[in-house]
Design a binder for this molecule. Sequence first.
Ligand code: SF4
Length: 62
Amino acid sequence: MKVVVDMNQCQDHGQCVFAAPDVFRFDDDGHLAYVPDPDESLREQVEEAADVCPLQAIRIEA
Ligand code: SF4
């Protein structure tokens, strides 16, 4: 699957990191980093992350 985060929207609060820790994390600078092509088995986690993102910054493209 393909995931895109609009980094202009993202404010690094990290709800997605809690919802899908295998896909989203914070880098050493405290900014969001993520796997753009996570395994299909992680889809439910990613959908949950997209749901909880307060800025609707996470888009699932495929
Ligand atoms: S939940 Fe949304 S705004 Fe918060 S870190 Fe994740 S993508 Fe960014």
